[in-house]
Design a protein around this ligand. Structure first.
Ligand code: EPU
Length: 422
Protein backbone atom coordinates (compact mmCIF):
# COMPACT_ATOMS: atom_id res chain seq x y z
CA UNK A 1 0.00 0.00 0.00
CA UNK A 2 1.16 3.51 -0.68
CA UNK A 3 0.01 6.94 0.30
CA UNK A 4 -0.60 9.86 -1.96
CA UNK A 5 -2.15 13.30 -1.68
CA UNK A 6 -5.18 14.26 -3.76
CA UNK A 7 -4.82 17.95 -4.50
CA UNK A 8 -7.80 19.88 -5.87
CA UNK A 9 -6.93 22.95 -7.92
CA UNK A 10 -8.56 26.34 -7.74
CA UNK A 11 -9.01 27.10 -4.03
CA UNK A 12 -7.81 30.43 -2.72
CA UNK A 13 -5.87 29.93 0.55
CA UNK A 14 -6.90 32.13 3.46
CA UNK A 15 -6.48 32.20 7.22
CA UNK A 16 -3.70 31.55 9.70
CA UNK A 17 -1.14 28.82 10.10
CA UNK A 18 1.17 28.09 13.01
CA UNK A 19 4.71 26.94 12.21
CA UNK A 20 6.75 24.91 14.73
CA UNK A 21 10.49 24.31 15.14
CA UNK A 22 12.83 23.88 12.18
CA UNK A 23 13.77 20.39 11.01
CA UNK A 24 17.22 21.59 10.01
CA UNK A 25 17.77 23.04 13.48
CA UNK A 26 16.34 20.37 15.77
CA UNK A 27 18.42 17.52 14.31
CA UNK A 28 21.68 19.40 14.94
CA UNK A 29 20.56 20.50 18.41
CA UNK A 30 19.81 16.87 19.24
CA UNK A 31 23.36 15.97 18.14
CA UNK A 32 24.75 18.86 20.22
CA UNK A 33 23.18 17.30 23.34
CA UNK A 34 25.92 14.64 23.03
CA UNK A 35 28.44 17.32 24.03
CA UNK A 36 27.37 17.45 27.70
CA UNK A 37 26.80 14.62 30.13
CA UNK A 38 23.26 14.86 31.53
CA UNK A 39 19.81 15.79 30.32
CA UNK A 40 19.15 18.40 27.64
CA UNK A 41 15.57 19.39 26.85
CA UNK A 42 14.44 20.76 23.47
CA UNK A 43 11.01 22.33 23.06
CA UNK A 44 9.03 23.45 19.98
CA UNK A 45 10.32 20.38 18.12
CA UNK A 46 8.48 19.45 14.90
CA UNK A 47 6.57 16.16 15.01
CA UNK A 48 8.17 14.68 11.91
CA UNK A 49 9.72 11.26 11.26
CA UNK A 50 13.30 12.60 11.23
CA UNK A 51 13.11 13.38 14.96
CA UNK A 52 12.48 9.77 16.10
CA UNK A 53 15.06 8.63 13.50
CA UNK A 54 17.66 10.97 15.04
CA UNK A 55 16.58 9.72 18.48
CA UNK A 56 17.49 6.18 17.30
CA UNK A 57 20.92 7.38 16.13
CA UNK A 58 21.54 8.94 19.56
CA UNK A 59 20.29 5.81 21.37
CA UNK A 60 22.78 3.74 19.37
CA UNK A 61 25.47 6.06 20.79
CA UNK A 62 24.41 5.41 24.38
CA UNK A 63 21.94 8.25 24.99
CA UNK A 64 18.50 7.90 26.56
CA UNK A 65 16.04 9.82 24.41
CA UNK A 66 12.39 10.60 25.07
CA UNK A 67 10.26 12.14 22.30
CA UNK A 68 6.95 13.35 23.71
CA UNK A 69 4.95 15.59 21.40
CA UNK A 70 7.00 18.71 20.74
CA UNK A 71 9.45 18.07 23.60
CA UNK A 72 12.56 15.96 23.22
CA UNK A 73 14.78 15.09 26.20
CA UNK A 74 18.19 13.59 25.64
CA UNK A 75 20.34 12.20 28.41
CA UNK A 76 23.92 11.84 27.22
CA UNK A 77 26.20 9.40 29.06
CA UNK A 78 29.62 10.22 30.52
CA UNK A 79 31.21 8.16 27.73
CA UNK A 80 29.15 7.98 24.52
CA UNK A 81 29.75 5.11 22.13
CA UNK A 82 31.94 6.38 19.27
CA UNK A 83 30.46 4.26 16.48
CA UNK A 84 27.21 5.29 14.79
CA UNK A 85 25.08 2.42 13.54
CA UNK A 86 24.87 2.16 9.73
CA UNK A 87 21.18 1.34 9.67
CA UNK A 88 20.17 4.44 11.67
CA UNK A 89 22.51 6.74 9.74
CA UNK A 90 21.42 5.47 6.32
CA UNK A 91 17.80 6.40 7.10
CA UNK A 92 18.71 10.00 7.91
CA UNK A 93 21.34 12.04 6.07
CA UNK A 94 21.43 14.70 8.76
CA UNK A 95 22.81 12.16 11.22
CA UNK A 96 26.34 12.95 9.99
CA UNK A 97 26.12 15.89 12.39
CA UNK A 98 27.01 13.50 15.25
CA UNK A 99 30.56 13.43 13.82
CA UNK A 100 31.74 16.69 15.43
CA UNK A 101 30.23 16.00 18.87
CA UNK A 102 31.62 12.44 18.92
CA UNK A 103 35.15 13.58 18.05
CA UNK A 104 34.85 16.26 20.74
CA UNK A 105 33.60 13.89 23.46
CA UNK A 106 35.28 10.55 22.59
CA UNK A 107 38.27 11.76 20.55
CA UNK A 108 37.19 9.09 18.05
CA UNK A 109 34.21 8.76 15.72
CA UNK A 110 33.13 6.22 13.14
CA UNK A 111 30.17 7.46 11.13
CA UNK A 112 28.91 5.66 8.00
CA UNK A 113 28.49 7.80 4.88
CA UNK A 114 24.80 8.33 4.37
CA UNK A 115 25.21 8.19 0.57
CA UNK A 116 23.87 10.25 -2.32
CA UNK A 117 20.60 12.06 -2.52
CA UNK A 118 17.92 12.95 -5.06
CA UNK A 119 19.11 16.59 -4.97
CA UNK A 120 22.75 15.82 -5.83
CA UNK A 121 25.95 14.44 -4.36
CA UNK A 122 26.56 15.32 -0.72
CA UNK A 123 30.32 14.93 -0.09
CA UNK A 124 31.87 15.35 3.38
CA UNK A 125 35.33 16.59 2.33
CA UNK A 126 34.94 19.97 4.07
CA UNK A 127 33.77 18.27 7.28
CA UNK A 128 36.82 15.97 7.17
CA UNK A 129 39.30 18.75 6.30
CA UNK A 130 38.04 20.90 9.18
CA UNK A 131 38.43 18.06 11.67
CA UNK A 132 41.94 17.38 10.32
CA UNK A 133 42.87 21.02 10.96
CA UNK A 134 41.72 20.53 14.56
CA UNK A 135 44.17 17.64 14.85
CA UNK A 136 41.96 14.61 14.17
CA UNK A 137 43.30 12.01 11.74
CA UNK A 138 40.31 11.77 9.47
CA UNK A 139 39.77 9.30 6.67
CA UNK A 140 36.85 8.56 4.44
CA UNK A 141 37.06 4.88 3.44
CA UNK A 142 35.01 1.69 3.39
CA UNK A 143 31.89 3.82 3.25
CA UNK A 144 32.46 5.63 6.53
CA UNK A 145 34.22 8.61 8.07
CA UNK A 146 36.73 7.66 10.75
CA UNK A 147 38.21 10.40 12.93
CA UNK A 148 40.80 9.87 15.67
CA UNK A 149 42.50 12.45 17.84
CA UNK A 150 44.69 12.39 20.93
CA UNK A 151 43.98 16.08 21.40
CA UNK A 152 41.88 18.58 19.55
CA UNK A 153 43.65 21.90 19.11
CA UNK A 154 42.15 25.18 17.93
CA UNK A 155 43.03 26.11 14.34
CA UNK A 156 42.31 28.58 11.53
CA UNK A 157 39.91 26.92 9.09
CA UNK A 158 38.80 28.34 5.74
CA UNK A 159 35.82 26.64 4.15
CA UNK A 160 35.77 26.44 0.31
CA UNK A 161 32.02 27.04 0.46
CA UNK A 162 29.81 28.08 3.40
CA UNK A 163 28.55 24.54 3.97
CA UNK A 164 25.87 24.28 6.64
CA UNK A 165 26.82 20.75 7.71
CA UNK A 166 30.60 21.34 7.70
CA UNK A 167 30.21 24.55 9.74
CA UNK A 168 28.07 22.67 12.29
CA UNK A 169 30.40 19.68 12.64
CA UNK A 170 33.55 21.79 12.93
CA UNK A 171 31.85 24.14 15.40
CA UNK A 172 30.67 21.25 17.59
CA UNK A 173 34.20 19.77 17.63
CA UNK A 174 35.86 23.15 18.26
CA UNK A 175 33.82 24.02 21.37
CA UNK A 176 35.70 21.31 23.32
CA UNK A 177 39.10 21.78 21.60
CA UNK A 178 42.05 23.35 23.38
CA UNK A 179 42.59 26.98 22.34
CA UNK A 180 40.95 29.15 19.72
CA UNK A 181 39.41 28.07 16.42
CA UNK A 182 38.45 30.51 13.68
CA UNK A 183 36.07 29.21 10.99
CA UNK A 184 36.15 31.52 7.98
CA UNK A 185 33.55 31.50 5.22
CA UNK A 186 31.25 29.83 7.74
CA UNK A 187 27.57 29.31 6.92
CA UNK A 188 25.28 32.00 8.37
CA UNK A 189 21.90 30.25 8.27
CA UNK A 190 19.52 31.04 11.16
CA UNK A 191 19.78 27.34 12.12
CA UNK A 192 23.55 27.85 12.70
CA UNK A 193 22.74 30.84 14.90
CA UNK A 194 20.27 28.63 16.81
CA UNK A 195 23.00 26.04 17.31
CA UNK A 196 25.45 28.73 18.51
CA UNK A 197 22.81 30.02 20.95
CA UNK A 198 22.28 26.58 22.44
CA UNK A 199 26.03 25.87 22.62
CA UNK A 200 26.54 29.23 24.37
CA UNK A 201 23.81 28.30 26.88
CA UNK A 202 25.77 25.08 27.47
CA UNK A 203 28.87 27.13 28.31
CA UNK A 204 30.61 27.34 24.93
CA UNK A 205 32.54 30.51 24.08
CA UNK A 206 31.59 31.53 20.55
CA UNK A 207 31.95 34.95 18.90
CA UNK A 208 30.57 36.07 15.55
CA UNK A 209 27.38 33.98 15.56
CA UNK A 210 25.43 34.85 12.39
CA UNK A 211 28.53 36.19 10.62
CA UNK A 212 30.86 34.37 8.21
CA UNK A 213 33.68 34.30 10.78
CA UNK A 214 33.07 32.17 13.85
CA UNK A 215 35.64 32.39 16.64
CA UNK A 216 35.47 29.59 19.19
CA UNK A 217 37.46 29.58 22.43
CA UNK A 218 37.47 25.94 23.52
CA UNK A 219 36.34 24.99 27.03
CA UNK A 220 37.01 21.76 28.93
CA UNK A 221 33.36 20.74 29.40
CA UNK A 222 29.80 21.83 28.70
CA UNK A 223 26.59 21.56 30.72
CA UNK A 224 23.22 20.30 29.50
CA UNK A 225 20.56 22.93 28.87
CA UNK A 226 16.95 23.64 27.92
CA UNK A 227 16.36 25.26 24.53
CA UNK A 228 13.43 26.26 22.30
CA UNK A 229 13.99 25.43 18.62
CA UNK A 230 13.58 28.37 16.19
CA UNK A 231 10.56 28.36 13.87
CA UNK A 232 11.00 26.70 10.48
CA UNK A 233 11.62 29.49 7.95
CA UNK A 234 11.40 27.06 5.01
CA UNK A 235 7.96 25.82 6.08
CA UNK A 236 6.86 29.42 6.75
CA UNK A 237 8.09 30.54 3.33
CA UNK A 238 6.33 27.57 1.69
CA UNK A 239 3.02 28.87 3.06
CA UNK A 240 3.95 32.37 1.85
CA UNK A 241 4.41 31.03 -1.70
CA UNK A 242 1.15 29.07 -1.40
CA UNK A 243 -0.73 32.25 -0.47
CA UNK A 244 0.78 34.20 -3.38
CA UNK A 245 0.20 31.45 -5.96
CA UNK A 246 -3.44 30.88 -5.02
CA UNK A 247 -4.07 34.65 -4.89
CA UNK A 248 -5.04 34.29 -1.25
CA UNK A 249 -4.17 35.85 2.09
CA UNK A 250 -2.36 33.88 4.79
CA UNK A 251 -0.86 34.85 8.16
CA UNK A 252 2.04 32.67 9.22
CA UNK A 253 2.87 32.56 12.94
CA UNK A 254 5.95 31.17 14.70
CA UNK A 255 8.62 32.32 12.21
CA UNK A 256 10.90 35.35 12.50
CA UNK A 257 10.08 37.24 9.28
CA UNK A 258 13.68 38.52 9.08
CA UNK A 259 14.72 34.95 8.33
CA UNK A 260 12.81 35.22 5.04
CA UNK A 261 13.39 38.89 4.18
CA UNK A 262 14.51 38.04 0.66
CA UNK A 263 11.54 35.72 0.07
CA UNK A 264 9.10 38.44 1.12
CA UNK A 265 10.92 40.93 -1.11
CA UNK A 266 10.59 38.55 -4.08
CA UNK A 267 6.89 38.03 -3.37
CA UNK A 268 6.39 41.82 -3.24
CA UNK A 269 8.16 42.06 -6.60
CA UNK A 270 5.63 39.47 -7.85
CA UNK A 271 2.81 41.77 -6.69
CA UNK A 272 2.02 40.55 -3.16
CA UNK A 273 1.33 42.73 -0.13
CA UNK A 274 3.26 41.69 2.95
CA UNK A 275 2.99 42.71 6.61
CA UNK A 276 5.40 41.58 9.30
CA UNK A 277 5.43 41.41 13.09
CA UNK A 278 8.06 40.05 15.51
CA UNK A 279 7.11 36.42 15.12
CA UNK A 280 4.63 36.40 12.23
CA UNK A 281 3.93 37.71 8.76
CA UNK A 282 1.05 38.01 6.32
CA UNK A 283 1.16 37.57 2.55
CA UNK A 284 -1.78 38.68 0.41
CA UNK A 285 -2.00 38.51 -3.37
CA UNK A 286 -4.70 40.06 -5.50
CA UNK A 287 -4.43 38.86 -9.09
CA UNK A 288 -1.93 36.74 -10.98
CA UNK A 289 1.69 36.96 -9.75
CA UNK A 290 4.18 38.73 -12.01
CA UNK A 291 7.26 36.76 -13.14
CA UNK A 292 10.42 37.33 -11.09
CA UNK A 293 13.89 35.77 -11.26
CA UNK A 294 15.40 33.70 -8.43
CA UNK A 295 19.02 32.79 -7.69
CA UNK A 296 19.73 30.27 -4.93
CA UNK A 297 22.67 30.99 -2.64
CA UNK A 298 23.72 30.28 0.94
CA UNK A 299 21.93 32.44 3.52
CA UNK A 300 21.12 35.34 3.36
CA UNK A 301 20.65 34.44 -0.32
CA UNK A 302 17.50 32.75 -1.59
CA UNK A 303 17.37 29.24 -0.04
CA UNK A 304 17.89 26.27 -2.35
CA UNK A 305 15.21 24.53 -0.27
CA UNK A 306 12.70 27.02 -1.69
CA UNK A 307 13.76 26.63 -5.33
CA UNK A 308 10.85 24.22 -6.09
CA UNK A 309 8.42 26.80 -4.67
CA UNK A 310 10.04 29.44 -6.92
CA UNK A 311 9.54 27.15 -9.94
CA UNK A 312 5.91 26.53 -8.91
CA UNK A 313 5.21 30.27 -8.57
CA UNK A 314 6.93 31.00 -11.89
CA UNK A 315 4.85 28.27 -13.56
CA UNK A 316 1.67 30.30 -12.99
CA UNK A 317 3.19 33.80 -13.17
CA UNK A 318 2.52 36.36 -15.84
CA UNK A 319 5.74 36.37 -17.87
CA UNK A 320 9.01 34.46 -18.03
CA UNK A 321 11.27 33.73 -15.05
CA UNK A 322 14.86 32.53 -14.85
CA UNK A 323 15.72 30.40 -11.82
CA UNK A 324 19.40 29.71 -11.11
CA UNK A 325 20.42 26.88 -8.78
CA UNK A 326 23.87 27.34 -7.27
CA UNK A 327 23.88 24.95 -4.29
CA UNK A 328 22.87 21.40 -5.36
CA UNK A 329 23.63 20.26 -8.91
CA UNK A 330 20.67 17.87 -9.28
CA UNK A 331 17.98 19.97 -7.68
CA UNK A 332 16.17 20.57 -10.97
CA UNK A 333 15.38 16.86 -11.41
CA UNK A 334 11.80 17.33 -10.25
CA UNK A 335 11.10 19.91 -12.99
CA UNK A 336 9.92 17.09 -15.32
CA UNK A 337 7.13 16.46 -12.80
CA UNK A 338 6.18 20.15 -12.97
CA UNK A 339 6.00 19.77 -16.76
CA UNK A 340 3.51 16.90 -16.27
CA UNK A 341 1.36 19.46 -14.44
CA UNK A 342 1.44 21.68 -17.51
CA UNK A 343 4.35 23.93 -16.58
CA UNK A 344 6.23 25.42 -19.53
CA UNK A 345 9.68 24.88 -18.04
CA UNK A 346 13.05 23.79 -19.33
CA UNK A 347 16.39 23.44 -17.62
CA UNK A 348 19.92 23.85 -18.88
CA UNK A 349 22.67 23.19 -16.36
CA UNK A 350 22.25 25.56 -13.45
CA UNK A 351 19.36 27.45 -15.03
CA UNK A 352 15.65 26.90 -15.49
CA UNK A 353 13.53 29.05 -17.73
CA UNK A 354 9.85 29.03 -16.87
CA UNK A 355 7.19 30.69 -19.03
CA UNK A 356 4.15 31.21 -16.86
CA UNK A 357 0.80 29.82 -17.98
CA UNK A 358 -2.57 31.04 -16.70
CA UNK A 359 -3.63 27.58 -15.50
CA UNK A 360 -1.79 24.30 -14.91
CA UNK A 361 -3.50 20.96 -15.60
CA UNK A 362 -3.89 18.14 -13.09
CA UNK A 363 -1.76 15.00 -13.35
CA UNK A 364 -0.25 12.22 -11.22
CA UNK A 365 3.25 13.30 -10.14
CA UNK A 366 6.02 11.86 -7.92
CA UNK A 367 7.89 13.69 -5.17
CA UNK A 368 11.63 13.00 -5.22
CA UNK A 369 12.52 14.91 -2.05
CA UNK A 370 10.85 16.98 0.66
CA UNK A 371 10.92 20.34 -1.05
CA UNK A 372 10.21 19.08 -4.57
CA UNK A 373 7.14 17.36 -3.09
CA UNK A 374 5.91 20.56 -1.45
CA UNK A 375 6.48 22.49 -4.69
CA UNK A 376 4.43 19.94 -6.64
CA UNK A 377 1.54 20.22 -4.17
CA UNK A 378 1.63 24.02 -4.51
CA UNK A 379 1.51 23.65 -8.29
CA UNK A 380 -1.39 21.18 -7.91
CA UNK A 381 -3.32 23.87 -5.99
CA UNK A 382 -3.19 25.98 -9.18
CA UNK A 383 -4.05 23.21 -11.63
CA UNK A 384 -7.38 22.52 -13.28
CA UNK A 385 -8.82 19.31 -11.84
CA UNK A 386 -7.46 16.99 -9.15
CA UNK A 387 -3.80 16.00 -9.09
CA UNK A 388 -2.20 13.10 -7.27
CA UNK A 389 1.16 13.59 -5.60
CA UNK A 390 2.90 10.27 -4.82
CA UNK A 391 5.85 9.33 -2.60
CA UNK A 392 4.55 11.74 0.01
CA UNK A 393 6.70 10.22 2.76
CA UNK A 394 9.29 12.73 1.56
CA UNK A 395 6.94 15.63 2.31
CA UNK A 396 6.06 14.14 5.71
CA UNK A 397 9.77 14.24 6.62
CA UNK A 398 9.86 18.04 6.49
CA UNK A 399 6.33 19.35 6.95
CA UNK A 400 4.46 18.45 10.15
CA UNK A 401 0.66 18.30 9.66
CA UNK A 402 1.06 19.26 6.00
CA UNK A 403 -2.39 18.18 4.84
CA UNK A 404 -4.13 19.44 8.00
CA UNK A 405 -2.50 22.86 7.67
CA UNK A 406 -3.42 23.18 3.99
CA UNK A 407 -7.01 22.13 4.66
CA UNK A 408 -7.31 24.66 7.50
CA UNK A 409 -6.33 27.35 4.97
CA UNK A 410 -9.10 26.17 2.62
CA UNK A 411 -7.16 23.88 0.26
CA UNK A 412 -8.84 20.76 -1.10
CA UNK A 413 -6.14 18.30 -0.13
CA UNK A 414 -6.48 14.82 1.34
CA UNK A 415 -4.24 11.89 2.15
CA UNK A 416 -5.24 8.64 0.43
CA UNK A 417 -3.89 5.17 1.15
CA UNK A 418 -4.09 2.88 -1.85
CA UNK A 419 -2.16 0.70 -4.32
CA UNK A 420 0.42 2.72 -6.25
CA UNK A 421 -0.46 3.41 -9.91
CA UNK A 422 3.00 2.42 -11.17
N1 EPU B 1 29.51 20.29 0.03
C1 EPU B 1 30.72 19.78 -0.36
N2 EPU B 1 31.55 19.22 0.59
C2 EPU B 1 31.20 19.15 1.90
C3 EPU B 1 29.95 19.67 2.31
C4 EPU B 1 29.12 20.23 1.35
O1 EPU B 1 31.08 19.83 -1.53
O2 EPU B 1 31.99 18.65 2.70
C5 EPU B 1 28.63 20.90 -0.97
C6 EPU B 1 27.31 20.13 -1.16
O3 EPU B 1 27.47 19.07 -2.06
C7 EPU B 1 26.39 21.21 -1.68
C8 EPU B 1 26.88 22.46 -0.95
O4 EPU B 1 28.20 22.17 -0.51
O5 EPU B 1 26.58 21.36 -3.05
C9 EPU B 1 26.02 22.88 0.22
O6 EPU B 1 25.89 21.81 1.13
P1 EPU B 1 25.67 22.04 2.70
O7 EPU B 1 26.74 21.31 3.41
O8 EPU B 1 25.50 23.50 2.98
O9 EPU B 1 24.28 21.31 2.92
P2 EPU B 1 23.89 20.26 4.04
O10 EPU B 1 24.43 20.68 5.35
O11 EPU B 1 24.18 18.90 3.54
C10 EPU B 1 21.71 21.52 4.73
C11 EPU B 1 20.25 21.20 4.81
C12 EPU B 1 19.67 21.11 3.42
C13 EPU B 1 19.89 22.44 2.71
C14 EPU B 1 21.39 22.77 2.69
C15 EPU B 1 21.69 24.13 2.10
C16 EPU B 1 20.09 19.89 6.82
C17 EPU B 1 19.80 18.58 7.44
N3 EPU B 1 20.06 19.93 5.49
O12 EPU B 1 22.32 20.43 4.04
O13 EPU B 1 18.26 20.91 3.59
O14 EPU B 1 19.41 22.35 1.39
O15 EPU B 1 21.89 22.75 4.05
O16 EPU B 1 21.00 25.12 2.76
O17 EPU B 1 20.33 20.88 7.50
C18 EPU B 1 16.13 20.04 3.12
O18 EPU B 1 15.78 20.44 4.23
O19 EPU B 1 15.31 19.61 2.26
C19 EPU B 1 17.56 20.06 2.77
C20 EPU B 1 18.06 19.37 1.76
Amino acid sequence: MAEHFRVGGGARLAGEVQVVGAKNSVLKLMAAALLAEGTTTLTNCPEILDVPLMADVLRSLGCTVCVEGSTVTITAPSQPCERADYRSVSRLRASVCVLGPLVARCRRAVVPLPGGDAIGSRPLDMHANGLRKLGARTEINHGRVVADAEDLRGAQIWLDFPSVGATENILMAAVLAEGTTVIDNAAREPEIVDLCTMLQQMGAKIEGSGSSTLTVHGVSSLQPTEHRVIGDRIVGATWAFAAAMTQGEVTVRGVNPHHIDLVLDKLRAAGADTRTDTDSFTVAMDGRPAAVDFVTLPYPGFATDLQPMAIALSAVADGTSMITENVFEARFRFVDEMVRLGADARTDGHHAVVRGVSRLSSAPVWASDIRAGAGLVLAGLCAEGTSEVWDVEHIDRGYPRFVENLRAMGAEVSRVTTDPVR
